[in-house]
Ligand binder design. Structure first.
Ligand code: AMP
Length: 187
C-alpha cells in the first residue's frame, strides 16, 4: 500500500513516515532528504538547488519529478512507498498519478496532518536547534508556511474526495497521531 503524508513543514510527516516505514516494511520517499543529499554530495543537481533550498523556495518540478521517478519504478519498492513532502503542488500530484498508473500502482491512503501557523513556527524553531537546518530560520519558516498555503494546500482538493483520505490533528502528541494513523492501517 502506498501512503502519502501531507501537511505543512513541521507537521510531523517525517516522524510518522519513519513509524510507517518500520511498521509496513516500507520506503520513505522524502524529497527534502533526497535534495539535501544532492547538496551534501555537491552534485550537479545540488549546485542547482542550493540557493532555492536555503531560501525556503521550491525546487523546480523537473528536478523533483526526476528524483521520484527512479524510486517509483524500483520493483523492490513497489506498493511500499511512503511519501513525505511529495506531492507539493497540483502539477506534482498529476505527475505522481501518471507515474503510479504507468507502474501499475495507486495511492492507497492519504493522511493530512493539519497544523496551524503558530505551531509550525514554534516546532521549526525547536528543530533548528536540534538539526541545524539552514532553511529553518525564522524568516524562512514563515515564507515556507505561506508557500505551503498558496501552492501545496490546494493539492488537498485533489485527494480529499477520496474515501481513503484522513485528516488528523497534527498538533496532538506524536504517540496520539501514530495511534490515529494505526486505526486506518489494517495489517
Ligand atoms: P522538507 O524536508 O520536506 O521540509 O523540504 C525541504 C525543502 O526542500 C523545501 O523547502 C523545498 O525547498 C525542497 N523540496 C522538498 N520537497 C519538494 C518538492 N516536492 N517540490 C519542490 N521542492 C521541494
Amino acid at each position: 500500500m502506498n501512503i502519502i503524508l501531507f501537511g505543512p513543514p513541521g507537521a510531523g510527516k517525517g516522524t510518522q513516515s519513519k513509524y510507517l516505514v518500520n511498521k509496513l516494511n516500507g520506503f520513505q520517499i522524502s524529497t527534502g532528504d533526497m535534495l539535501r543529499d544532492e547538496i551534501k554530495k555537491d552534485s550537479m543537481i545540488g549546485k542547482k538547488i542550493i540557493n532555492n533550498m536555503n531560501d525556503g523556495k521550491f525546487v523546480k518540478d523537473e528536478i523533483v519529478n526526476e528524483l521520484i521517478k527512479n524510486v517509483i519504478f524500483d520493483p523492490l519498492k513497489k506498493n511500499k512507498l511512503i511519501f513525505d513532502g511529495y506531492p507539493r503542488s497540483i502539477s506534482q500530484a498529476k505527475n505522481l498519478d501518471l507515474l503510479l498508473t504507468s507502474s501499475n500502482q495507486k495511492v492507497g491512503i492519504v493522511f493530512f496532518l493539519n497544523v496551524n501557523k503558530d505551531t509550525v513556527i514554534k516546532r521549526i524553531e525547536k528543530r533548528k536547534i536540534l538539526e541545524n537546518r539552514s532553511d529553518d530560520d525564522s524568516n524562512t519558516i514563515v515564507k515556507r508556511y505561506d508557500t505551503y498555503m498558496e501552492t501545496t494546500r490546494p493539492v488537498l482538493e485533489f485527494y480529499s474526495k477520496n474515501q481513503n483520505f484522513h485528516e488528523i490533528d497534527g498538533t496532538l502528541e506524536i504517540e496520539e497521531i501514530t495511534r490515529k494513523i494505526n486505526t486506518f492501517i489494517n495489517v
